[in-house]
Design a protein around this ligand. Structure first.
Ligand code: ATP
Ligand code: MG
Length: 249
């Protein structure tokens, strides 16, 4: 059984239907990369998966829990789904250590000493143990994003959703965040990543999903999507973003 199933998801804002029936399935350990033009519903899709945005129609399951059911305790489900935002979303008044430790203590109820140990291990994993006592304002964008990834990892998520995790970063800082993500993918983390980084997509995506106008136009392995897409629009879009963002990374 797939780890995550999304079935016929619809979302409307006013007169605009932003998601027009999105269906996908994701196995444990799989990395999916979602691409598509601006305003196409990529962020809305990620947000509907853990109900940061309430879908109007459709269902989402994490294993055998229906996330979209009214009876589901959404906070319990959210604790199993990490979310990494474009703008990091760290608490600015807390150190790196406290940002990572907070969920362990508040959501998991872990005692302080154990939470500290776990948080330090995750900071170590993203190469930031030395910055444990730094506040977000004292960190580069790349470092802040790595703290945010450590915070997600600390919760032992079943799945991590990344919404353009490197788009807010200066070019020279993108690589350090991508290398952490590449390592995660290789370690078997299940991830859905909205990104323009086609080098990343090519090297670690099991599947690339191309969305446009609120629907999935085409999905497949990077090889298929880059070399022999079935829909002409897919090839056109991939060429465009590869030109714009390069594939060097
Ligand atoms: N809270 C909201 N209220 C009203 N409209 C919204 C809201 N959130 C998103 N939209 C609209 O829904 C559409 C899809 O937005 P979404 O953010 O999902 O696109 P996206 O594919 O992530 O785009 P981008 O690549 O620019 O991040 C857009 O037209 C957007 O203006
Ligand atoms: Mg978006």
């Amino acid at each position: 059984m797939a780890l995550l199933r999304v079935e016929n998801l619809h979302k409307r804002y006013g007169h605009e239907e932003v998601l027009k029936g999105v269906t996908l399935a994701q196995d444990a350990g799989e990395t999916k990369v979602v691409i598509g033009p601006s305003g196409t519903g990529k962020s809305t899709l990620l947000r509907c998966i853990n109900r940061l945005t309430e879908p109007d129609q459709g269902r989402v399951w994490l294993e055998d829990t229906e996330i979209t059911s009214r009876r589901t305790d959404i906070n319990r489900v959210r604790a199993k789904i990490g979310f990494v935002f474009q703008d990091f979303n760290l608490f600015t008044h807390l150190t790196s250590l406290d940002n990572v430790r907070l969920g362990l203590m508040k959501v998991r109820g872990m005692p302080r000493a154990a939470a500290t140990g776990r948080a330090m291990a995750e900071l170590e994993r993203v190469g930031l143990a030395a910055k444990a006592n730094a506040y977000p304002a004292q960190l580069s964008g790349g470092q802040q994003q790595r703290v945010s990834i450590a915070r997600a990892l600390a919760m032992d998520p079943k799945l991590i959703l990344f919404d353009e995790p490197t788009s807010a970063l200066d070019p020279e800082l993108i690589g350090e965040v991508l290398s952490v993500m590449i390592q995660l993918a290789r370690d078997g983390m299940t991830m859905i990543v909205v990104t323009h980084e086609m080098g990343f997509a090519r090297s670690v995506a099991d599947e690339i999903v191309f969305m446009e106008g609120g629907v999935i136009v085409e999905q497949g392995t990077p090889d298929k999507m880059f070399r022999s897409p079935e829909v002409p629009r897919t090839g056109e879009f991939l060429r465009k973003i590869s030109d714009l963002y390069g594939e060097s990374r």
